[in-house]
Design a protein around this ligand. Structure first.
Ligand code: HXC
Length: 260
């Protein structure tokens, strides 16, 4: 499908989705959200795609938030639909059976920070800025920010960021665990691809099961999480990759995983 507001590329097993609305710093209007949703469907179905990277086109912004000019005149019903649709799209990222890496190349504010938080791994360039500035507009985060930010950085820091609307830089985001790595902007995509390649060299069924176990556990009590982990661990032993991985280790050679 042809896209107007995003770019979608496939390079050696890695799908790159770049939000591309430079005039409004890649702000998310409904049309862009629909295109992201469509791109996610395509990468989900495409067996060639093993890992997904999400970034922002240009050097200034990842995504500067939901599109304020589009939200301005929404009535409560439309606002609810908009929030629910964005939540559904971002949840699709979280539930996708493929790892998704956010390469945050500039402003990740409001809906942009929420998009990054729905991804499995977040890395950032030095010029990246994060924040949930919604209260400054008289609204609250609506694409999952009130739910994911406290799970990622803890309740106190999340409340501080959401109540004050403060923007933090990449170093601070690293310090509080909002991102896991900070690199030079020119190296950001290269680093995202390096992480993707490293993941693709492993048993991808195992990676998928690990994602599911972490996602289930983070939202459940520890007994439920442990129980899911043990079952997922057992499932690994029904795969060729487990046999190959362990045989390769014992034979002191590199494994050849087949994703089966
Ligand atoms: C619409 C936006 C936008 C946004 C930037 N622009 N962010 N348009 N929605 N979220 C537009 C500006 O209006 C401007 O358009 C152009 O992009 C360049 O932005 P400037 O402000 O001129 O750039 P700069 O001075 O460098 O400031 C960058 C900035 C600032 C700090 C990122 O643009 C900013 O504060 N943006 C809003 C951030 C924000 O509040 N995000 C949260 C939105 S609420 P023109 O036409 O003047 O050139 C949200 C809710 C999510 O995300 C949940 C919904 C359910």
């Amino acid at each position: 499908m042809e896209f107007k507001n995003i770019k979608l590329e496939l390079n050696e097993g890695v799908s790159l989705i770049a939000i591309d609305r430079p005039k409004s710093l890649n702000a998310l209007n409904l049309e862009t959200l629909k295109e992201i949703d469509q791109a996610l469907e395509e990468v989900k179905e495409n067996e060639e795609v093993k890992v997904v990277i999400i970034t922002g086109a240009g050097e200034k912004a990842f995504v500067a938030g939901a599109d304020i000019s589009e939200m301005k005149d929404m009535n409560p019903l439309k606002a609810k639909e908009f929030a629910e649709f964005g939540q559904k799209v971002f949840r699709k990222i979280e539930l996708m059976k493929k790892p998704v890496i956010a390469a945050v190349n500039g402003y990740a504010l409001g809906g942009g920070c929420e998009l990054a938080m729905a991804c499995d791994i977040r890395i950032a360039s030095h010029n990246a800025k994060f924040g949930q500035p919604e209260v400054g507009l008289g609204i609250i985060p609506g694409f999952g920010g009130t739910q994911r930010l406290p799970r990622i950085v803890g309740v106190s820091k999340a409340k501080e960021l959401i109540y004050t609307g403060d923007m933090i830089d990449a170093e601070e985001a690293l310090r509080i665990g909002l991102v896991s790595k900070v690199v030079e902007q020119e190296k950001l995509l290269e680093e995202a691809y390096n992480i993707a390649k490293k993941i693709m060299s492993k048993g991808m069924i195992a990676v998928r099961l690990a994602k599911e176990a972490i996602n289930i556990g983070i939202n459940a009590d520890i007994e439920t999480g442990m129980s899911y982990e043990a079952k997922a661990f057992a499932v690994c032993f029904a795969t060729e990759d487990q046999k190959e991985g362990m045989a390769a280790f014992l034979e002191k050679r590199a494994p050849k995983f087949v994703d089966k």
